[in-house]
Design a protein around this ligand. Structure first.
Ligand SMILES: [Zn+2]
Length: 310
């Protein structure tokens, strides 16, 4: 793992010096600053340096509208939160090993209905949350009447008190137009030694799954699916996630396979019958491969990163 260059935590250059493509106005990779290239049709872009994939940018307002629409129409957020309960407990185990003493405070970005915050509260954390979906914020305020639950976006929300022990992003980074801006805001809120936790999809594995799905459909003489269901705004490889955290000035950084959700909260099994097989067989194999490679080869569909503010 490369060491972070000497820079103030929370400050990342917009693009690397001497990047000719970026200098000519082309889009640069939000993780490493490399010049993004068209990929898999005109809508997707990919970084040849770190493997990050993204859709062509929307302005922040349009993305906020799209995000609210997504959560209202396509994301069964309560089922997903229930399916993540075991993951939330494991994440809190990590945080409590780092911060055994109370009081301890955390902020969950994209907190939804407050399910993670409720589990954190039961384990002695003072939780706060922020989300763009008004009904999710209302539900979280109902669940945790004494917690600060903010409606809005993290980079713009200035009323959150700093000195936090942890800021968490559970499956949020891939919905953001500018994930670096959110990370910089998180770092500003953390105490020295505070931790950022990120769970996000592993696009290297998601692309492989897409190819397997195309192959299985071709065997049955069916056309490939038109939508690329796994890619929201940005999708990370392990390397691109590490580069983004480095450029934000965080260290040390640890990235591993993430525990999977329990069951099938998105109801994918009828359309993707191999999902159950993947969860029961491939995930344990991914953990064995990770252990055998010293954590270098990460084949789980989702990644879990922890990084500290120096
Ligand atoms: Zn890159």
């Amino acid at each position: 793992m490369e060491s972070a260059e000497a820079k103030t935590p929370g400050e990342a250059p917009d693009r690397p010096a001497g990047n000719a493509a970026a200098d000519h106005g082309k889009l640069s990779c939000p993780a490493c600053g490399g010049a993004l290239q068209p990929f898999s049709g005109s809508e997707l872009l990919r970084c040849p340096c770190c493997g990050l994939c993204r859709r062509r940018p929307l302005d922040e307002h349009r993305n906020r509208e799209a995000l609210v629409r997504h959560y209202r129409t396509a994301d069964p957020r309560e089922q997903v939160a229930r399916a993540k309960a075991p993951f939330f407990e494991k994440a809190l185990d990590v945080l409590e090993e780092a911060f055994p003493a109370r009081p301890r405070r955390l902020l969950d970005v994209g907190c939804g209905g407050g399910e993670f915050l409720q589990q954190a509260s039961r384990r002695g954390w003072d939780p706060a949350g922020i989300d763009v979906l008004p009904e999710a914020v209302a539900a979280a305020r109902c669940l945790l009447p004494r917690a600060q639950i903010h409606l809005g976006s993290l980079p713009e929300e200035v009323s959150i008190p700093s000195g936090l022990q942890a800021v968490t992003f559970w499956d949020v980074m891939d919905h953001l137009e500018d994930p670096a801006a959110y990370l910089r805001a998180a770092v500003r809120l953390l105490c020295p030694g505070g931790m950022v936790g990120i769970r996000t999809r592993n696009v290297a594995v998601q692309l492989l799954m897409r190819r397997v799905d195309d192959f299985l459909l071709a065997l049955r003489r069916r056309p490939a699916r038109r939508t690329f269901h796994v890619l929201h705004r940005v999708a990370f490889t392990p390397e691109s996630l590490e580069r983004l955290l480095e450029r934000t000035g965080l260290e040390p950084i640890g990235i591993a396979n993430s525990p999977l959700t329990v069951g099938d909260p998105y109801g994918l099994a009828p359309r993707f019958p191999w999902i159950r097989m993947l969860k029961t067989a491939a995930a344990p194999i991914a953990d064995v491969v990770s252990a055998a490679s010293g954590g270098k080869m990460l084949f789980s569909p989702s990644l879990l990163a922890w990084a500290r503010k120096p």
